[in-house]
Write a protein that binds this ligand. Structure first.
Ligand code: HPA
Length: 273
Protein backbone atom coordinates (compact mmCIF):
# COMPACT_ATOMS: atom_id res chain seq x y z
CA UNK A 1 0.00 0.00 0.00
CA UNK A 2 1.34 3.45 -0.88
CA UNK A 3 2.20 6.03 1.77
CA UNK A 4 -0.72 8.21 0.66
CA UNK A 5 -3.15 5.30 1.00
CA UNK A 6 -1.81 4.58 4.48
CA UNK A 7 -2.21 8.22 5.52
CA UNK A 8 -5.79 8.26 4.18
CA UNK A 9 -6.69 5.04 6.01
CA UNK A 10 -5.33 6.36 9.30
CA UNK A 11 -7.11 9.66 8.81
CA UNK A 12 -10.40 7.93 8.01
CA UNK A 13 -10.12 5.69 11.07
CA UNK A 14 -9.69 8.80 13.24
CA UNK A 15 -12.32 10.98 11.50
CA UNK A 16 -14.90 8.20 11.81
CA UNK A 17 -14.68 8.55 15.61
CA UNK A 18 -15.18 12.31 15.57
CA UNK A 19 -18.56 13.91 15.27
CA UNK A 20 -17.63 16.34 12.57
CA UNK A 21 -14.90 18.23 14.42
CA UNK A 22 -11.95 19.25 12.26
CA UNK A 23 -8.82 19.90 14.27
CA UNK A 24 -6.88 22.87 12.92
CA UNK A 25 -4.08 22.78 15.48
CA UNK A 26 -1.80 19.84 16.25
CA UNK A 27 0.09 19.46 19.51
CA UNK A 28 3.05 17.13 20.00
CA UNK A 29 3.67 16.81 23.70
CA UNK A 30 7.16 15.86 24.80
CA UNK A 31 8.50 14.06 27.88
CA UNK A 32 6.56 15.05 30.97
CA UNK A 33 4.43 17.57 29.06
CA UNK A 34 1.63 15.20 28.08
CA UNK A 35 -0.52 16.44 30.96
CA UNK A 36 -1.69 19.28 28.75
CA UNK A 37 -3.81 16.77 26.84
CA UNK A 38 -5.70 16.02 30.08
CA UNK A 39 -7.13 19.55 29.88
CA UNK A 40 -8.80 19.01 26.51
CA UNK A 41 -12.60 19.32 26.72
CA UNK A 42 -14.96 16.74 25.20
CA UNK A 43 -12.00 14.53 24.39
CA UNK A 44 -12.02 11.67 21.92
CA UNK A 45 -9.09 9.46 22.86
CA UNK A 46 -7.59 6.93 20.46
CA UNK A 47 -4.72 4.61 21.37
CA UNK A 48 -1.90 4.61 18.82
CA UNK A 49 -2.01 0.83 18.56
CA UNK A 50 -5.61 0.97 17.36
CA UNK A 51 -4.84 3.31 14.45
CA UNK A 52 -3.96 1.57 11.20
CA UNK A 53 -0.34 2.13 10.09
CA UNK A 54 0.66 4.04 13.22
CA UNK A 55 4.00 2.94 14.67
CA UNK A 56 3.66 0.66 17.67
CA UNK A 57 5.07 2.05 20.91
CA UNK A 58 7.98 0.10 22.39
CA UNK A 59 8.36 1.93 25.67
CA UNK A 60 6.35 0.47 28.51
CA UNK A 61 4.51 2.90 30.73
CA UNK A 62 4.60 5.63 28.09
CA UNK A 63 1.20 6.92 27.17
CA UNK A 64 0.62 6.57 23.49
CA UNK A 65 -2.61 8.16 22.38
CA UNK A 66 -4.21 10.87 20.34
CA UNK A 67 -6.55 13.20 22.18
CA UNK A 68 -8.91 15.24 20.02
CA UNK A 69 -11.17 17.94 21.40
CA UNK A 70 -11.46 21.56 22.41
CA UNK A 71 -8.76 23.61 24.14
CA UNK A 72 -9.16 27.35 24.63
CA UNK A 73 -11.80 27.54 21.94
CA UNK A 74 -9.67 25.71 19.36
CA UNK A 75 -10.21 22.22 18.02
CA UNK A 76 -6.93 20.40 18.59
CA UNK A 77 -5.43 16.99 18.06
CA UNK A 78 -2.75 16.19 20.63
CA UNK A 79 -0.17 13.45 20.60
CA UNK A 80 0.23 12.32 24.18
CA UNK A 81 3.56 10.60 23.72
CA UNK A 82 5.65 10.67 20.54
CA UNK A 83 7.93 8.32 18.65
CA UNK A 84 11.69 8.75 18.83
CA UNK A 85 14.41 7.77 16.36
CA UNK A 86 16.41 6.14 19.18
CA UNK A 87 13.58 3.67 19.77
CA UNK A 88 14.49 2.15 16.43
CA UNK A 89 11.77 3.62 14.22
CA UNK A 90 12.71 5.03 10.85
CA UNK A 91 12.22 8.80 10.59
CA UNK A 92 9.42 8.05 8.10
CA UNK A 93 7.63 6.20 10.91
CA UNK A 94 8.47 8.83 13.53
CA UNK A 95 6.79 11.49 11.36
CA UNK A 96 3.82 9.48 10.08
CA UNK A 97 1.44 11.04 12.66
CA UNK A 98 2.31 14.54 11.41
CA UNK A 99 1.20 13.56 7.93
CA UNK A 100 -2.03 12.16 9.34
CA UNK A 101 -2.60 15.41 11.25
CA UNK A 102 -2.20 17.33 8.00
CA UNK A 103 -4.73 15.04 6.33
CA UNK A 104 -7.13 15.69 9.26
CA UNK A 105 -6.96 19.41 8.46
CA UNK A 106 -4.24 20.64 10.81
CA UNK A 107 -2.58 23.85 9.61
CA UNK A 108 -0.53 24.80 12.65
CA UNK A 109 1.64 22.48 14.68
CA UNK A 110 2.86 23.17 18.21
CA UNK A 111 5.84 20.94 19.01
CA UNK A 112 7.26 20.62 22.50
CA UNK A 113 10.19 18.81 24.07
CA UNK A 114 12.53 18.59 27.00
CA UNK A 115 16.06 19.67 26.09
CA UNK A 116 19.47 20.24 27.61
CA UNK A 117 20.65 23.86 27.77
CA UNK A 118 23.84 24.60 25.83
CA UNK A 119 23.66 28.38 26.04
CA UNK A 120 25.40 29.23 29.30
CA UNK A 121 23.00 32.04 30.08
CA UNK A 122 20.17 29.49 30.33
CA UNK A 123 19.08 27.73 33.52
CA UNK A 124 17.36 24.44 34.13
CA UNK A 125 13.65 25.18 34.28
CA UNK A 126 13.69 27.84 31.52
CA UNK A 127 11.28 27.66 28.61
CA UNK A 128 12.74 28.38 25.16
CA UNK A 129 10.88 29.43 22.02
CA UNK A 130 12.61 27.60 19.18
CA UNK A 131 13.75 30.03 16.48
CA UNK A 132 15.50 27.48 14.30
CA UNK A 133 16.99 24.01 14.43
CA UNK A 134 20.08 22.09 13.39
CA UNK A 135 19.44 18.59 12.12
CA UNK A 136 22.27 16.57 13.66
CA UNK A 137 20.50 13.19 13.46
CA UNK A 138 22.42 11.99 10.43
CA UNK A 139 19.14 11.19 8.69
CA UNK A 140 16.16 12.96 7.18
CA UNK A 141 12.50 11.86 7.10
CA UNK A 142 12.20 12.95 3.45
CA UNK A 143 14.84 10.53 2.17
CA UNK A 144 13.66 8.43 -0.75
CA UNK A 145 11.28 9.09 -3.60
CA UNK A 146 9.33 12.31 -3.01
CA UNK A 147 5.56 12.03 -2.92
CA UNK A 148 4.63 15.21 -4.77
CA UNK A 149 1.08 15.26 -3.35
CA UNK A 150 2.60 15.62 0.12
CA UNK A 151 5.07 18.40 -0.65
CA UNK A 152 8.02 19.49 -2.77
CA UNK A 153 11.21 17.49 -3.39
CA UNK A 154 13.42 20.27 -1.99
CA UNK A 155 11.41 22.06 0.69
CA UNK A 156 12.44 25.50 1.89
CA UNK A 157 13.52 25.41 5.53
CA UNK A 158 14.58 29.06 5.85
CA UNK A 159 11.67 29.78 8.21
CA UNK A 160 11.02 26.37 9.65
CA UNK A 161 9.60 27.97 12.80
CA UNK A 162 6.97 30.54 11.89
CA UNK A 163 8.02 34.06 12.88
CA UNK A 164 4.47 35.24 13.49
CA UNK A 165 3.75 32.30 15.79
CA UNK A 166 6.97 32.99 17.72
CA UNK A 167 5.83 36.58 18.20
CA UNK A 168 2.38 35.45 19.39
CA UNK A 169 4.02 33.13 21.93
CA UNK A 170 6.45 35.85 23.04
CA UNK A 171 3.65 38.36 23.52
CA UNK A 172 1.66 35.78 25.47
CA UNK A 173 4.67 35.06 27.70
CA UNK A 174 5.14 38.79 28.31
CA UNK A 175 1.48 39.17 29.28
CA UNK A 176 1.77 36.24 31.66
CA UNK A 177 4.94 37.71 33.16
CA UNK A 178 6.89 34.61 32.09
CA UNK A 179 10.48 35.09 31.01
CA UNK A 180 11.21 32.87 28.05
CA UNK A 181 14.46 32.26 26.23
CA UNK A 182 14.77 32.02 22.47
CA UNK A 183 17.25 29.96 20.52
CA UNK A 184 18.36 27.19 18.22
CA UNK A 185 17.46 23.56 18.99
CA UNK A 186 19.89 20.86 17.95
CA UNK A 187 18.31 17.46 17.24
CA UNK A 188 20.61 14.52 18.04
CA UNK A 189 19.66 10.90 17.57
CA UNK A 190 20.25 9.88 21.20
CA UNK A 191 19.79 7.72 23.19
CA UNK A 192 23.08 8.74 24.81
CA UNK A 193 23.29 12.18 26.28
CA UNK A 194 26.15 14.17 24.78
CA UNK A 195 29.77 14.13 25.85
CA UNK A 196 31.15 17.44 27.14
CA UNK A 197 33.14 17.79 23.92
CA UNK A 198 30.04 17.29 21.81
CA UNK A 199 28.27 20.00 23.78
CA UNK A 200 31.20 22.40 23.14
CA UNK A 201 31.00 21.54 19.44
CA UNK A 202 27.23 22.12 19.31
CA UNK A 203 27.67 25.49 21.02
CA UNK A 204 30.32 26.47 18.47
CA UNK A 205 27.91 25.45 15.72
CA UNK A 206 25.27 27.82 17.06
CA UNK A 207 23.08 25.58 19.19
CA UNK A 208 21.34 26.84 22.34
CA UNK A 209 19.62 23.61 23.39
CA UNK A 210 19.92 19.94 22.50
CA UNK A 211 17.45 17.10 22.47
CA UNK A 212 16.47 13.85 20.77
CA UNK A 213 13.25 14.74 18.97
CA UNK A 214 11.32 17.51 17.20
CA UNK A 215 13.57 18.00 14.14
CA UNK A 216 12.02 15.17 12.07
CA UNK A 217 8.45 16.24 12.84
CA UNK A 218 9.26 19.87 12.00
CA UNK A 219 10.86 18.87 8.69
CA UNK A 220 7.75 16.92 7.67
CA UNK A 221 5.43 19.70 8.88
CA UNK A 222 7.32 22.18 6.69
CA UNK A 223 7.23 19.78 3.76
CA UNK A 224 3.46 19.66 4.20
CA UNK A 225 3.17 23.46 4.36
CA UNK A 226 2.18 23.61 8.01
CA UNK A 227 3.18 26.51 10.25
CA UNK A 228 5.21 25.43 13.27
CA UNK A 229 5.66 26.74 16.81
CA UNK A 230 8.32 24.96 18.89
CA UNK A 231 8.82 25.21 22.64
CA UNK A 232 11.60 23.53 24.63
CA UNK A 233 11.59 22.99 28.34
CA UNK A 234 15.22 23.27 29.42
CA UNK A 235 15.18 20.35 31.81
CA UNK A 236 18.90 20.38 32.60
CA UNK A 237 22.10 22.04 31.52
CA UNK A 238 23.82 19.91 28.87
CA UNK A 239 26.85 17.78 29.74
CA UNK A 240 29.96 19.59 30.87
CA UNK A 241 28.33 22.96 31.45
CA UNK A 242 27.82 22.27 35.12
CA UNK A 243 30.19 19.98 36.97
CA UNK A 244 27.66 17.17 37.43
CA UNK A 245 26.48 14.09 35.56
CA UNK A 246 23.13 14.08 33.75
CA UNK A 247 20.30 11.84 34.69
CA UNK A 248 16.93 11.07 33.19
CA UNK A 249 15.50 11.58 36.69
CA UNK A 250 16.70 15.19 36.68
CA UNK A 251 15.05 15.73 33.30
CA UNK A 252 11.74 14.38 34.63
CA UNK A 253 11.98 16.29 37.92
CA UNK A 254 12.66 19.68 36.34
CA UNK A 255 9.96 19.19 33.72
CA UNK A 256 7.59 18.39 36.58
CA UNK A 257 8.47 21.73 38.22
CA UNK A 258 7.88 23.93 35.16
CA UNK A 259 4.96 21.99 33.76
CA UNK A 260 2.41 24.50 35.04
CA UNK A 261 4.19 27.45 33.38
CA UNK A 262 4.47 25.47 30.19
CA UNK A 263 0.76 24.59 30.24
CA UNK A 264 -0.16 28.22 30.89
CA UNK A 265 2.02 29.44 28.03
CA UNK A 266 0.73 26.93 25.49
CA UNK A 267 -2.92 27.35 26.49
CA UNK A 268 -2.80 31.15 26.39
CA UNK A 269 -0.91 31.09 23.11
CA UNK A 270 -3.51 28.76 21.58
CA UNK A 271 -6.16 31.37 22.22
CA UNK A 272 -4.39 33.81 19.90
CA UNK A 273 -3.49 31.38 17.11
N1 HPA B 1 20.64 16.13 25.87
C1 HPA B 1 19.85 15.53 24.97
N2 HPA B 1 18.56 15.38 25.14
C2 HPA B 1 17.99 15.85 26.26
C3 HPA B 1 18.75 16.48 27.26
C4 HPA B 1 20.16 16.63 27.05
O1 HPA B 1 20.90 17.19 27.87
N3 HPA B 1 17.89 16.83 28.25
C5 HPA B 1 16.66 16.42 27.86
N4 HPA B 1 16.71 15.83 26.66
Amino acid sequence: MSLIEQIRESEKFISDQLSGQTPSIGLILGSGLGVLADEIDNPVTIQYHEIPHFPQSTVEGHKGQLVIGELQGQTVVAMQGRFHYYEGYSLQHVTFPVRVMKQLGVEKLVVTNAAGGINESFNAGDLMLIEDHINNMGDNPLMGKNVDELGPRFPDMSQAYDRDLIEVAQKTADELGLEVQRGVYVGNSGPTYETSSEVKMLRTLGGDAVGMSTVPEVIVANHAGMRVLGISCISNMAAGILDQPLSHDEVIETTEQVKQQFIQLVKQTLQSL
